[in-house]
Design a protein around this ligand. Structure first.
Ligand code: APR
Length: 248
């Protein structure tokens, strides 16, 4: 566990003075909850499939049953996972600053289950489906023998409500995220490799507008050299210390 010494006083001062704190999270924040990242998850039964065979619209058109079953397996795994101390610390952080925006690339819903309000989900939500043809969103759907089941409104095949490779991000979520990046005083990037666009460009937009950039990641990323503070530790260890220092 990091002790207080490892979080610079200047960072605590900056965060205490901030009017708006924005946060971007990625798969790393859920690692301590046992949720494997997309590529790590391709073990066992699923090892022989590439992301292109499981997470693209073309893959779904080619083999909807395979894609449905892969996401059903991940949905089950995520349902059994619990939010960790990192998720809980971010839920608490929301109440400690005047304005707070939490943006996530994760589809696992663990921020929401930890109590974070108004989470901006850039890559969708694995617990929801939408129909392939007309994008009617459903958070529960009729049990059926057919795999995948079909949309009760229009009859087309149901697919997970996540953003696949090559698809656009939900426009409203992206717009809110960009606005937060451009208006915040402190931007924290947590547990993301910062390789997948457009999410990876958000921290740089914040820096361009003069925000303080903080990275929480045990590994260096392409963003590390732009960070004013790079906290090289696990989110579940660093964030509770950060929050307790802010309260002190
Ligand atoms: N705490 C903080 N960071 C961690 C931890 C931890 N305990 N464990 C791992 N990390 C870091 C890794 O060092 C890595 O930089 O989390 C990052 C995870 O990177 P990715 O697996 O690439 O996840 P992410 O950045 O969320 O990927 C973005 O790509 O796979 C697609 O759409 C999917 O939303 C995903 C997007």
């Amino acid at each position: 566990m990091l002790d207080n010494f490892d979080i610079p006083d200047l960072l605590i001062q900056n965060m205490k003075a901030a009017r708006h704190v924005a946060v971007l999270t990625g798969a790393g924040i859920s690692a301590e909850s046992g949720v494997p990242t997309f590529r790590e998850a391709q073990t066992g039964l699923w090892a022989r499939y590439s992301p292109e065979e499981l997470a693209t619209p073309q893959a779904f058109q080619r083999n909807p049953q395979l894609v449905w079953e892969w996401y059903a397996w991940r949905r089950e795994l995520v349902s059994r996972a619990e939010p960790n101390l990192g998720h809980v610390a971010l839920a608490e952080l929301a109440g400690l600053v005047p304005q707070f925006t939490l943006i996530t690339q994760n589809v696992d819903g663990l921020h929401q289950r930890a109590g974070s309000p108004n989470v901006i989900c850039l890559h969708g939500n694995i617990q929801e489906t939408k129909c392939f043809a007309r994008e009617h969103v459903l958070d529960n759907w009729p049990e059926s023998e057919a795999v995948p089941p079909t949309c009760p409104t229009c009859g087309s095949l149901l697919r997970p409500n996540v953003v696949w490779f090559g698809e656009n991000l939900p426009a409203a979520a992206l717009q809110t995220a960009v606005a937060a990046a451009e208006s915040c005083d402190v931007f924290l990037t947590i547990g993301t490799s910062a390789l997948v666009q457009p999410a990876a460009s958000l921290p740089l937009r914040a820096v361009e507008r003069g925000a303080t950039l903080v990275e929480v990641n045990p590994q260096a990323t392409p963003l590390t050299r732009f960070a004013d503070f790079a906290l090289a530790g696990a989110a579940g260890e660093v964030l509770p210390v950060l929050v307790s220092r802010l309260k002190g």
